[in-house]
Design a protein around this ligand. Structure first.
Ligand SMILES: Nc1ncnc2c1ncn2[C@@H]1O[C@H](COP(=O)(O)OP(=O)(O)OP(=O)(O)O)[C@@H](O)[C@H]1O
Length: 714
């Protein structure tokens, strides 16, 4: 009986115009109850062949039959519990203990907890594994490989595929593993495919396949190969065969000739079409082959199982342990938002302090004269309300909380200091400032231009820092209003006489002194939630992909949909906690006002987190490393922040750019949250509903792109 059959296996990487052929019409037969040693130099295509056998890659043409059916046929158990796969890299979760590792795979394979424990004890002893509670990350390379081997064996598969299992193990343990494999295949129907660089250890295999440049040069028992080539050892035989095939370049040209002679015909092309609900091809020339012995294991054959409690338990446990056992994960997910929010509320929106403003007062000989109480508080007035050195009254109103005063004798000195950055600007009072004001007041109709000029409070400012100059401008105006009202009061004039006839009454929404913090807070919180979810998701998935855990989990029978669902569950819990924490923290600690409904705010933030999560997944599908992922995430972060209306009103942007910005995931939603918080609008208001609409559209689009990306990448 045959466990694995490959016929005309043809596989290339790259585009059809620029192919790198890795398997070139390869034939291979692995019998049930035997060990098959797959030997070949590095890069000859062994791992690619194995990945096609386990169903994670598809041949471009040719056919594969594993345990009676093509891998990937729904319900075939491949990928899944019928095979055990130990990849070349360790492919284990660092945050698991040894015991948890075996329980993780056992649960995925649908084993009962008792059975997993029994197998764990047996394999623990057989493979001389270290303490069950030792973390994988703390195991040596050799120990990790043994755990990896145990994980492939835990469920007693029908086919065991081992990609260089003995690398890094001492000779005694290597011998022990081979002995175990020989015994297991002798006593059961277990078939083993093993690749190794230690050619001589393959002597114990029932059959060996010598592979070079994507084809099998020979496939026979070690004894027959030695006899046929009249060699004393396999290494020599392999060398002879390789020389016979020719140098690598020659082999390549030979292969190309073989390739054209074997142009793929329709009956051997593996159907690439797959169901939208499943990651593996539905149609296949071998679809009707039912020779596979129905297994007793649940959810393998005959019945298509979407998921199970134990598989979900395995995945969720993995996700949670990966997060909580990494202090950086906890800090990033839960402390980082608090830290960021604290920085934001403490740093943004406060009045600038310790500013220095220059004073050039030509009305007085010595600036100290202005400190004379009689010039500030008492006002010698009579019926005509005579004014005297009133610049001192203005300077008295200019309190140190606005800016500390630095006195200069001349305008030139003050200008020079401002240019050197010592002061933010200066005020100049002309020598006859008070007299000019009195002249305009008493005889305005006949006042000269010169009088108007010298009656000004002249202000010269460094406008390079807009926030500081806005602040000073606002404060100087309010200082003037106080100054003028006091003056009018002392003269028994109506207070409003000194003011310009424009008055801002109680605002409809917001506060008279509009707080920048309240304007920007929704955008900051939303970008934070979105990008945290993006980074956490892309980091988890890319780490799993790089460590080989992603592929190994898929080979164990988990579908991408299950991986996604488990991640969505875990991430949802994290996001709801994050959103609650952010909203409550802002509310209780910083008294952030919410005139609307908290549930609506948290709902919108959580949905945005979902969008961020799918964005992170999309990044992880297309980026092969953390570096490229962070380039993409950071690269998209800045345009979104700049264009979302957080830094500058959308109304100030060119029309086309504004419409582009409206499509971004947090432009309209930020407006919606701002309107909930400051105006108390509910979801029934169209603007808030639009915010929800935009986020939902983003979630759907990103989800579809992720599914398409996952299918493309197979
Ligand atoms: N995803 C890929 N894209 C492009 N080329 C690939 C990809 N995966 C593998 N290859 C190439 O295919 C060839 C066969 O690789 P494979 O990993 O199957 O070799 P191998 O025989 O297992 O090597 P080793 O013993 O060193 O693991 C190599 O030249 C490799 O660079």
């Amino acid at each position: 009986m045959r466990s694995v059959e490959v016929r005309g296996g043809y596989k290339y990487f790259g585009s059809s115009s620029d192919k790198k052929i890795v398997l070139n019409h390869l034939d291979m037969t692995v019998n049930t109850g035997t060990i098959y040693g797959l030997l070949g130099a590095s890069g000859c295509g062994k791992t690619t062949l194995l990945s096609c056998i386990v169903g994670v890659r598809k041949l471009n043409s040719g056919k594969i039959n594993v345990l009676g059916r093509p891998p990937g046929v729904p319900g075939s158990g491949i990928p899944g519990p019928r095979i055990g796969y130990m990849p070349q890299e360790v492919a284990l979760v660092d945050e698991f203990t040894i015991k948890e590792t075996l329980f993780y795979f056992g649960r995925i394979y649908g084993m009962s907890e008792e059975r997993i424990f029994e197998r764990f004890k047996l394999l623990h002893e057989l493979l001389e594994l270290p303490d069950a509670n030792r973390f994988i990350v703390n195991c040596s390379g050799g120990q990790q490989r043994r755990v990896s081997f145990a994980a492939a064996m835990v469920h007693e598969p029908e086919l065991l595929i081992l990609d260089e299992p003995t690398v890094g193990l001492d000779p005694i343990l290597r011998e022990k593993i081979w002995h175990f494999l020989v015994e297991s295949t002798r006593r059961s129907k277990l078939a083993v495919i093993i690749t190794t660089h230690y050619i001589e250890e393959a002597n114990q295999a029932n059959k060996i396949g010598l592979m070079r440049n994507g084809i099998l040069l020979a496939e026979d028992s070690p004894k027959n190969i030695l006899t046929q080539f009249e060699c004393s050892n396999l290494e020599e035989a392999f060398l002879m065969l390789s020389q016979k095939q020719g140098k690598s370049e020659e082999a390549d040209s030979t292969l190309r000739r073989i390739e054209s002679a074997h142009a793929p015909t329709e009956d051997v092309i593996v159907d690439e079409k797959s169901s939208p609900d499943d990651e593996f091809p539905l149609k296949s020339p071998l679809k009707r082959n039912r020779s596979f012995q129905e297994s007793k294991r649940p959810g393998i054959v005959g019945k298509l199982q979407l998921t199970s409690k134990s598989r979900m338990k395995a995945l969720m446990t993995k996700n949670i342990l990966q997060l909580v056992r990494q202090p950086s994960g906890i800090i990033f997910c839960f402390l980082f938002p608090i830290l960021q929010l604290s920085c934001f509320y403490l740093a943004i929106g406060g009045n600038p302090k310790n500013l220095k403003f220059g004073i050039v007062n030509d009305e007085v000989e010595d600036y100290r004269l202005c400190q004379n109480d009689s010039l500030i508080t008492t006002f010698a007035h009579d019926y005509t309300c005579d004014l005297y050195k009133i610049s001192c009254r203005f300077l008295h109103e200019l309190t140190p909380d606005i800016a500390s005063k630095v006195y200069y004798d001349t305008k030139e000195e003050a200008q020079d200091a401002a240019k050197k950055g010592k002061i933010t600007g200066y005020i100049h009072f002309a020598r006859n400032f008070t007299e000019s004001i009195a002249e305009i007041r008493d005889d305005g109709r006949y006042a000269t231009n010169e009088s108007f000029y010298t009656s000004e409070i002249q202000i010269f400012m460094d406008m390079t820092d807009q926030q500081i100059s806005f602040f000073l401008e606002r404060k100087l105006r309010s200082t003037y209003i106080r100054f003028s009202e006091n003056l009018m009061a002392d003269c028994d004039f109506p207070l409003a006489l000194g003011n310009i006839p424009i008055h801002f009454y109680e605002p409809i929404f917001g506060k008279a002194e509009g707080e920048f913090k309240e304007f920007i807070a929704p955008g900051i919180i939303m970008t934070m939630i979105f990008f945290l979810a993006t980074l956490v998701t892309s980091t988890i998935f890319i780490t799993d992909k790089l460590d080989g855990v992603w592929d190994r989990t898929l080979i164990a029978g988990i579908s991408v949909t299950e991986l996604l669902v488990a991640h969505v569950f875990t991430q949802s819990v994290i996001m709801i906690i994050q959103c609650l924490e952010v909203v409550l923290y802002a509310w209780y600690v910083f008294n952030a006002e919410n005139r609307g409904d908290n549930v609506t705010v948290i709902g919108l933030l959580t949905l945005l987190g979902f969008a961020g999560m799918f964005y992170g997944l999309l990044i992880s599908i297309f980026c092969e490393s953390h570096t490229t992922a962070s380039f993409v995430a950071t690269g998209s972060f800045y345009p979104m922040i700049i264009l979302c209306g957080l830094l500058w009103p959308l109304e100030g942007m060119p029309t086309i750019l504004r419409y582009i910005a409206y499509t971004f995931p947090f432009t309209i939603p930020s407006l919606a949250v701002r309107n909930i918080l400051t105006k108390g609008w509910s979801i029934t208001h169209s603007q808030v509903a639009n915010g929800f609409g935009v986020v939902i559209v983003w979630i759907v689009v990103l989800f579809i792109l992720c599914i398409m990306g996952l299918k493309m990448k197979r």
